[in-house]
Write a protein that binds this ligand. Structure first.
Ligand code: ATP
Ligand code: MG
Length: 308
């Protein structure tokens, strides 16, 4: 059984088509990233998957349960931890009280709520602040608490809408560490993000959504192969000069300050040509390195394509 199965998901807001016939699966035990620019339809997809919004058409199964069936939806939600886009803890309650409330909502036993709350407060580095009202919490602390609340019942599936967006480096890292740890413990994670670095670091598979359409779905490394032409060699000579017409294997040359970025489909040939160029022109090679395409290159290529 798959953790999430989505077939032909379509959602309109009035006459505006926000999610257009999207299909994908999230396998049990994987971290799946849903990547897309602002307004692409990530949150709409999350809200239909979690049963907050009803799609116009399509099938959605979460942990095998049909999310369009009210009773099955409740079953799926009991086993899923959700961090919605604009989640907020109750600011007049303490961290501990928020966790208790969540535990009660999940119908957990008092003793288990206490034990799990303390465990999560420690995990998210909030234990010292457990009795402080959330209104005194920073954004990073609130987001860590929100994730702790989603994890109170130790759910087998986590659905996280932008779990690290707008956070300081330390909070973001802590959250990423927890996500990885959950995966190691056999949990499944579906997360949206527009942070390419996070997606690349965390996700085993990534779906890229643009204007409501899923335009690619693969592992980060395979996605990077889509942009072969953007392998480049970065070179710095002393003195810095480079005549692009003398590097036959280059597809494009960008001169920038004291270095140049030479794009190529054959990095081996390009490195050789650059070395010969330096010898012929009596230049010292200060640095020479091959740069692989980043997930950002993929994203820009795919999302930028056909932009009007
Ligand atoms: N309640 C709504 N009513 C009308 N249009 C909406 C509503 N919610 C979202 N939209 C529109 O649907 C599109 C998709 O929005 P959505 O929030 O799903 O995008 P997103 O990928 O989550 O973006 P972001 O990265 O900014 O969170 C956007 O064009 C948005 O303006
Ligand atoms: Mg969103």
């Amino acid at each position: 059984m798959k953790a999430i199965e989505v077939v032909g998901l379509t959602k309109y807001y009035g006459s505006f088509l926000a999610v257009d016939n999207v299909s994908f699966e999230v396998r049990k035990g994987e971290i799946f990233g849903f990547l897309g620019p602002n307004g692409a339809g990530k949150t709409t997809t999350v809200r239909t998957i979690t049963g907050v919004l009803r799609p116009n058409s399509g099938e959605i199964r979460v942990l095998g349960y049909d999310m369009l069936d009210e009773r099955e939806k409740i079953k799926a939600r009991e086993r899923t931890g959700i961090v919605p886009e604009m989640a907020n803890p109750y600011v007049d309650l303490t961290a501990m009280q928020n966790l208790r409330l969540m535990g009660e909502l999940y119908g957990m036993e008092k003793r288990e709520i206490e034990r799990r709350s303390i465990e999560l407060l420690k995990l998210f580095d909030l234990y010292e602040k457990r009795n402080v009202k959330v209104k005194a919490f920073s954004k990073g602390m609130r987001q860590r608490l929100i994730l702790a609340m989603a994890m109170i019942s130790d759910p087998e599936l986590l659905i996280l809408d932008e779990p690290t967006s707008g956070l300081d480096v330390l909070s973001a890292r802590l959250i990423k560490d927890v996500i990885r740890e959950e995966k190691r413990n056999g949990k499944t994670i579906f997360m949206t993000t527009h942070n390419m670095v996070d997606a690349n670091e965390l996700c085993e598979r990534i779906g890229i959504i643009r204007r409501g359409r899923l335009i690619a779905i693969d592992t980060p490394e395979k996605l990077k192969q889509l942009v072969k032409g953007s392998v480049s060699v970065e070179v710095s000579f002393e003195p810095m000069k480079l005549d692009p017409s003398e590097i036959a294997s280059a597809t494009k040359v960008e001169l920038m300050g004291d270095k140049a970025r030479v794009f190529t489909e054959d990095p081996d040939a390009t490195v050789r040509e650059l070395v010969h160029y330096a010898e012929r022109n009596n230049l010292r090679i200060v640095s020479l390195k091959t740069l692989s395409p980043s997930l950002e290159d993929v994203f820009i290529k795919l999302v930028g394509e056909g932009n009007d």
